[in-house]
Design a protein around this ligand. Structure first.
Ligand SMILES: *Cc1c(COP(=O)(O)O)cnc(C)c1O
Length: 240
């Protein structure tokens, strides 16, 4: 159920409070963790409201859905601005051009084929493409990504793609009823992140991990960006 507009501020305050406590437990600073609002299936009114609350990053899973939302705002609207919109879902190579018209960062680079397509489009535009590499820390067949063992050779190949700017890593833990069970997966992603930190283009590389169900564990394990949907906007319908 979608929350009412007036509830969004309170939902965000609750997520912020929990993030702050998780930071304190891990002796981290709250300023080291960005909260991204995930807005799949969320109406424009609610996105506008979360933007007013000061959220700076929005994540969308699908190019087509994001296109509809972004084009709904007037061209001079701040909400259309980078770095607001990030793509966090799997991207097909035939949608690369469209994706780069909309998103300031592709968090879901999960194959060399996609990396090459993004690099080529960046080259065409004369502008490097900001991205994160999706690291696959679980054995689930349904998940995309590069395994930690393959990360070194992947990054080596990426050095031949000058129009890709790798700002860090993104990951998803498997779903558990007990959030604590996600810890080993987040720890594996953090290890991979530390191991390859020197290869990332940004001085403050991003480790994007943790969702509504498990973000407190992710923050304790070192997330610098958490991706929060249902804890802000209400639970999605089961089929979505
Ligand atoms: C939907 C989604 C989220 C947010 O999930 P919630 O459980 O609603 O917080 C985060 N990351 C990705 C990649 C998603 O698809």
């Amino acid at each position: 159920m979608l929350v009412s507009l007036s509830q969004i501020g309170d939902s965000l305050a609750d997520v912020q409070k929990k993030t702050e406590l998780a930071c304190a437990r891990a002796k981290r600073s709250l300023t080291d963790v960005q909260i991204m609002a995930v807005t799949k299936n969320v109406p424009l009114s609610h996105i506008q409201e979360i933007f007013k609350c000061g959220i700076q990053f929005v994540g969308e899973n699908r190019v087509q859905e994001a296109a509809g939302k972004i084009s709904a705002w007037p061209p001079d609207s701040q909400i259309r601005d980078c770095p607001f919109w990030h793509l966090i879902g799997h991207l097909q190579t035939n949608k690369v051009k469209k994706a780069l018209d909309l998103f300031s960062c592709v968090q879901s680079v999960d194959s060399m084929r996609l990396a090459e397509a993004l690099n080529q489009e960046g080259k065409k535009r004369g502008q490097p493409v900001n991205c994160l590499l999706e690291v696959k820390v679980s054995e689930e067949a349904t998940k995309y990504g590069i395994s930690p063992q393959d990360m070194s050779s992947f990054l080596e190949q990426m050095s031949a793609l000058p129009f890709l700017k790798i700002d860090g890593l993104m990951t998803m833990a498997p779903f558990f009823d007990v959030p604590e069970k996600t810890r080993p997966y987040f720890r594996a992603a953090k290890n991979c992140f530390e191991q390859h930190k020197h290869s990332f283009a940004s001085a403050q590389p991003i480790l994007s991990m943790g969702m509504s169900q498990d973000f407190e564990v992710a923050v304790e394990e070192g997330a610098t960006m958490i991706r929060i949907g249902s804890a802000l906007f209400g639970a999605r319908q089961p089929h979505q």
